[in-house]
Write a protein that binds this ligand. Sequence first.
Ligand SMILES: Nc1ncnc2c1ncn2[C@@H]1O[C@@H]2COP(=O)(O)O[C@H]2[C@H]1O
Length: 369
Amino acid sequence: MSFNQQQTEELNELSRQIQSHNPNDLIQFCANYFNKRLEDQRKEILQKKDQIENSTGLKLFTTSTGPASSLPPHFNKLHSRQERGSVAFKTPFTDNDPHSSTHIFSPTDDPSSPSNSQQAPNSQQAPNSQQQNISMNTGLFKGTYGMGDPMSTDPTAPATSDSVFSPSFTSNSDPNDPMSKSAAINKSGLNNSISTGNFNGYSNVGGIANATFGKSPLNFNANRRTSVSAEALNPDKFSSDWKPPVHDFSQEQLKRLNASVVKNFLFSQLDEDSLKTIIFALEEKRVSKNSEIIRQGDEGDFFYIIENGTVDFYVNGNKVNTSGPGSSFGELALMYNSPRAATALAESDCILWALDRMTFRRILLEEIN
Ligand SMILES: Nc1ncnc2c1ncn2[C@@H]1O[C@@H]2COP(=O)(O)O[C@H]2[C@H]1O
């Protein structure tokens, strides 16, 4: 088989990058490289959006304006969409998180260096492990950072109803497209790297202890996988009768959800039904200090929101990030069907809310697409 022109150009450029950086971790480097390519491609589409709309008269990205159904009684006090703020998907690792006043970047980071393994080559905004990004109260779903702005230049934001993909650019039936509606995951095929059982009460998952600042406490990633098995990600295995989980909450949990997570969980692109679905699909998970919540290289199983506590992130053993209450993490593997990009360790006892992979993809990503 011969490559077409686009494929040849992509491969040539990748070769050039590899030759110029000579990375130690080739697989990680390639992953970073293509993530950056994806970012750039989306950014370009955003920048051309108005131009295309003006010249064609077509509205490429419509915003859902349908009437919202009512929430169940427990959530009558949920904030209105306006009160929840404007939000869309944002990953805080490949560009500056506007919530963080302490986010520090080094423009000279080597993309293949362990401290920067999620960062794409040539990025001007690489998180530097020597300059820790302490982003308390920041997160993917925190509002007020210009999300919902159709011309937002956040290249990492997945498609929202206002942004990113034009109908001609992405096919909803392309299983290779990580944002494809058909690229659903068969959860039964997933390896739950941190099983729900580990969260039943405070536990020390993985026995990781004595974390030292800036370095992972143990060689926790020795068995790092560099790809996610085709079986786990086979969209054909998605069952059409899938239903999102509906959990029972105690009054006390509802109160906490209402007071913290829901307030910070700003799914402004979701209609009330979807918001309700997401909220009832959340599972409370408590982890004890030093527990491994996510292991780099594993398959993605849950997306997490931090209600309480602090979580540290390590890439190839180097601490790269810290998140606190209101932040969320674990979105990358679910969004891109990729291995976990970092290890997440509880820096303190934490209360987390976990959203399973299927609900994340089927409700959240589809809804904001
Ligand atoms: N510097 C970082 N690089 C990659 N992932 C990070 C980083 N800091 C925090 N994370 C989070 O760690 C998570 C590990 O699982 P995911 O790859 O699904 O999603 C990742 C991010 O949410």
